[in-house]
Design a protein around this ligand. Structure first.
Ligand code: IPM
Ligand code: MN
Length: 355
């Protein structure tokens, strides 16, 4: 690939602090590989909503659709009622651009602090469905505000949507050394959706005889993530279960400050979007305390998606080296205290050292 035409939504809170660090590392990685980069910032987020009442317009969607990929910092602001920006910007982008694969890897690097006493070797990927399930906005209520109120949220699971996601997860499992795929659901209670997911996995399993497939109820999966995370390699699950499990997976593998994600449209009909899984962290916005590592790792996921595995691997190696530097400093009893920019600089320097 000779060039990347990137759209950037820095967004809210710490977004405008972490995104420049991601871009800095991206530029350096691409300079080495000779790929041209053009970056178009979009001022989508809380400030525009407060100024104009607009979240994401049709014109925005049209403009964004013309890019090769989107990099997003964070969306969400205490000045705006909870949920508006998240639903009207983040979820709308995922649905409009058919980001049915929400890819969320969790790797515990050596020496990184984890709340687990015996974490073992955590290296798993959650393949979370991104366009269906309970996020589809189907539901309603009657007798609102009255003692007789009844509210429903309907989980939408289509054969098409489930099959394409599960197939992606099988292919991913086939590319990893352990070749292990776990369906996480709640099929013992959610018989309709669960049945569809289980039948889809069973049917595709026949096409992938060398993948070792198992099943885990979501409640048990939350236990295993803290007692025995090594049992997981690739997890495939629906939108809400995946949301919950990936926060937990992030927390056990060094914190959500390190956790990257890709909202992927594998066919390339629409640009895919890469973002840290953490939020806008308004409590630390402007303090320089935000860790840009998750954003930088999201940039690596983006490069891989765009077919630039070389530069992606260089960024990942630099992140690993920085993690080692952190671990060594902590082991010496002098944990590194670095600002957002200093962490970005350190990862950049680690990348250049490795050249
Ligand atoms: C995430 C976030 C979003 C989600 C919110 C902000 C709508 O928690 O990306 O995991 O639930 O998907
Ligand atoms: Mn979440």
């Amino acid at each position: 690939r000779a060039s990347i035409n990137l759209a950037v939504i820095a967004g809210d809170g710490i977004g405008p602090e972490i995104v420049p660090e991601g871009l800095k590392v991206l530029r350096a990685a691409l300079a080495e590989s000779g790929t041209e980069l053009s970056v178009t910032p979009y001022s989508i987020g809380a400030q525009r909503y407060l100024d104009t009442g607009e979240t994401l317009s049709t014109a925005d969607l049209e403009a964004l659709a013309g890019h090769d990929a989107l990099l997003l910092g964070a969306i969400g602001d205490p000045r705006v009622p909870a949920g508006i920006l998240e639903r009207e910007i983040l979820l709308r982008l995922r649905f409009a651009f058919d980001h049915y694969v929400n890819l969320r890897p969790s790797v515990l690097y050596p020496g990184v602090p984890t709340p687990l006493a015996e974490p073992g070797n955590i290296d798993l990927v959650v393949v979370r469905e991104g366009t269906e399930g309970l996020y589809s906005g189907n539901g309603g209520s009657v007798h609102r505000g009255m003692p007789t109120e009844v509210a429903t949220e309907v989980s939408v699971n289509t054969a098409h949507g489930t099959e394409r996601l599960v197939r992606y997860a099988f292919e991913l499992a086939a590319s990893r050394p352990r070749r292990h795929l776990t369906l996480v659901h709640k099929t013992n209670v959610l018989v309709h959706a669960g049945g569809l997911w289980q039948r889809t996995v069973d049917r595709l399993a026949a096409e992938y005889p060398d993948i070792n497939v198992d099943y885990c109820n979501v409640d048990a999966a939350t236990i295993y993530l803290v007692t025995d995370p090594q049992r997981f390699d690739v997890i495939v699950t629906d939108n809400l279960f995946g949301d919950i499990l990936t926060d937990e997976a992030g927390a056990v593998s060094g914190g959500v400050g390190l956790a990257a994600s890709g909202n992927i449209n594998p066919e390339g009909d629409f640009p895919s979007m890469f973002e840290p899984i953490h939020g806008s962290a308004p409590d630390i916005a402007g303090t320089g305390k935000a860790d840009p590592t998750a954003t930088i790792a999201s940039v690596a996921l983006m490069l891989r998606h765009l077919g630039l595995a070389g530069p992606a691997a260089r960024i990942e190696a630099a992140i690993r080296a920085d993690m080692e530097a952190r671990a060594e400093a902590s082991a010496r009893g002098v944990p590194l205290r670095r600002t957002t920019t200093q962490i970005g600089d350190a990862i950049l320097a680690a990348m250049e050292d490795n050249r």
